[in-house]
Design a protein around this ligand. Sequence first.
Ligand code: ATR
Length: 275
Amino acid sequence: MKDRYAVIGHPVAHSKSPFIHAQFALQTRQDMEYAALLAPLDGFAQTVEQFRAAGGRGANVTLPFKEPAYALCATRSPRAESAGAVNTLIFGAHGVHGDNTDGYGLTRDLVDNLGFALQGRRVLLMGAGGAARGVILPLLERRPECLVIANRTAVKANALAALFDGTPSCADAPVSGCGYVDLAGQRFDLVINATSAGLAGELPALPDGLFAADALAYDMLYGRETPFMRFARAQGAARVADGLGMLVEQAAESFFLWRGVRPDTAPVMAALRAA
Ligand code: ATR
């Protein structure tokens, strides 16, 4: 029998993970299958248990279950602890281990695919929900000059910054929180949109003049040109990227955790772009 993996979500039919992992498995000759599993909104833990009992070896977790996944794990990686959320489950003899590869996926896409070295750069992270929290530690580990977290509800950005402020991870990279109006007059080398505004076709209320001369604007959404991406182009950002690379890189890191092999992400990204 092939080793079984799955992505668990609600909804889940739209997920690109089955395609991505099938490509990785073909490329690295791993004898495995990877399915999409729809869990009822009140039945995530049961879905995980059933899949595990049926021989599942591990799973990815997508919306809205990343926090419930964190809660059900017996052990967790430091990056999952820091994210407060789990996107990768590993089923072992001693229970379920949880990891979070989202932030790794983002920094890998930024640094290796887009050639944007984060060290010493001024970084703005928009949003203070789960998507933002999941990428903070990996961003800080790359030692930017500063990390500013801005959110429509400023108190949430302050609270999120306070979780990291004063920890060893931000010793060389001060982290602070604010509202969008407080950004007026500041410039950033990298602006990351981790809000869900683009899903509703909306743009956070950003001031003009945010982008430094060679700035990169990055939207964690993919498969669409968001209002933020259009805003960044109009405001003179040198480069604009969507989150497709992050999606493939977080998948590759999950694949590595399960199988111990690193797939080549470039052809999979190219196939998704072509589709
Ligand atoms: P996720 O897990 O995707 O981060 P979330 O926890 O619901 O989802 O967080 C959504 C984020 O998008 C929040 O930062 C939210 O801002 P608020 O905290 O002020 O609600 C942000 N967001 C959603 N729609 C937005 C909009 N139209 N403009 C600005 N920010 C928006």
